[in-house]
Design a protein around this ligand. Structure first.
Ligand code: NAI
Ligand code: MG
Length: 353
């Protein structure tokens, strides 16, 4: 039996509801594959911020630095500005632990209706690889003349050769293990310094991966193509901002963000990687017990795969596929009446099948 230590941060809202579902799946499937999980739970959240004035304690990062992985539900509350909750917890974890790849797989499952007519089940299977620690989300900048008519705000985007080439390299490798196709999101027509640089570094990285066919698309045209013909994409690599937007778009194409998983990966494994569903804390439905646990459960499968348990991960993914294809059970976001509990139990039943 292998035991993995997991830092568990359920967070706010439905994060509290979907995290236990993911843990049950990890425990049940793990046991069958010789893996157990020891969870250390942390109450870091907007709730904590409201009480103690900080999303996490000052030594928070040190407390989770030596875990095998971090699982996070979601953070966010209407009473706390979103930039406070994001920069107080998620971004410090991503940056301090050099989780420079944000991996977001997207599939249209049989039994889930996509709002996009041409997104047929089985035909859409893609991964967004988002640069996760630099780019447009930078702390460099400031505000001047606050409150005066000439007030201004400046924010600098930061792109480094090391930063772009390592995420591009990860994406090309991933494409090589999949269908061998990569699309790089750019905007080198309008953004004249950073985006031509991004394109150059991606092209240089491509040279080391001759088996992968790749192209580059401007982000606006790419968004249109994702809606018009999502089946043509395999791996999409994008800067922090473009990848953020693309991954919500692709998740919507797949039927909703309640299904979408994500992993913040430190490929060198110097630090723990962090696994979190794409969705937020969904304050509009929190507390009802009807949140879709699928995104969190698929995220748990990504955690299993990252820790070297490919078979267990495949079993979870198959169970998700089976519940959707073989049962009418759906949570309200997918048009059904199932609760988080009944849906999770159905996934667990199928893992044993
Ligand atoms: P959201 O993802 O929380 O919700 C968007 C819509 O999707 C809502 O109508 C919600 O009910 C629905 N939804 C999301 N996940 C669902 C699920 N699992 N099952 C059923 N329905 C689901 O995004 P929103 O409303 O923009 O943000 C709410 C809060 O969450 C904000 O404070 C935001 O900053 C935070 N947030 C946190 C993230 C994180 O922790 N990684 C990511 C995105 C937002
Ligand atoms: Mg987003």
């Amino acid at each position: 039996m292998v035991t993995h230590r997991i830092a568990l941060i359920p967070g706010d809202g439905i994060g509290q509801e979907v995290t236990p579902a993911a843990c049950r799946v990890l425990d049940t499937v793990g046991r069958r594959h010789g893996v157990t999980f020891a969870y250390d739970e942390f109450d870091w959240s907007c709730r904590r911020f409201t009480g103690l004035g900080a999303m996490m304690p000052a030594d928070g990062l040190d407390r989770i630095r030596h875990h095998d992985a971090i699982f996070l539900g979601a953070v966010g509350d209407p009473s706390v500005p979103d930039h406070v909750s994001l920069w107080g917890l998620l971004i410090p974890i991503r940056r301090s632990f050099r989780q420079y790849v944000n991996l977001r797989p997207v599939k249209v499952f049989e039994g889930v209706e996509s709002p996009v007519r041409r997104a047929r089940p089985g035909e859409v299977d893609l991964v967004v690889v988002r640069e996760n620690v630099e780019g447009e989300y930078s702390e460099i900048g400031g505000r001047l003349g606050r409150g005066f008519p000439d007030e201004m705000a400046v924010q600098e985007a930061v792109f480094t050769r090391a930063g772009v080439s390592r995420v591009a390299d990860f994406a090309f490798r991933l494409a090589g293990e999949r269908r061998g196709r990569l699309t790089s999101a750019t905007k080198s027509n309008g953004i004249v310094h950073t985006m031509p640089f991004w394109d150059e570094v991606v092209a240089a990285t491509a040279a080391a991966h001759p088996a992968v066919t790749w192209d580059s698309e401007h982000i606006d045209a790419l968004c249109a193509k994702v809606v018009l013909d999502p089946g043509r994409f395999d791996v999409l690599v994008a800067s922090n901002l473009f990848g953020d937007i693309l991954s919500d778009l692709t998740a919507a194409v797949a039927g909703g963000i309640g299904i979408a998983p994500a992993a913040n990966i430190n490929p060198e494994r110097e630090f723990p990687s962090m696994f979190e569903p794409v969705h937020g804390s969904a304050p509009d439905i929190a507390g009802r017990g009807t949140a879709n646990p699928l995104g969190a459960i698929w995220t748990a499968a990504m955690l299993l795969a990252h820790l070297g348990h490919a078979e267990a991960a495949a079993e979870v993914e198959q169970a998700i596929t089976d519940v959707l294809a073989k049962t009418p059970l759906r949570t309200p976001d997918l048009g059904g009446t199932a609760t988080t509990e009944t849906f999770t139990r159905a996934v667990l039943d199928f893992t044993a099948a």
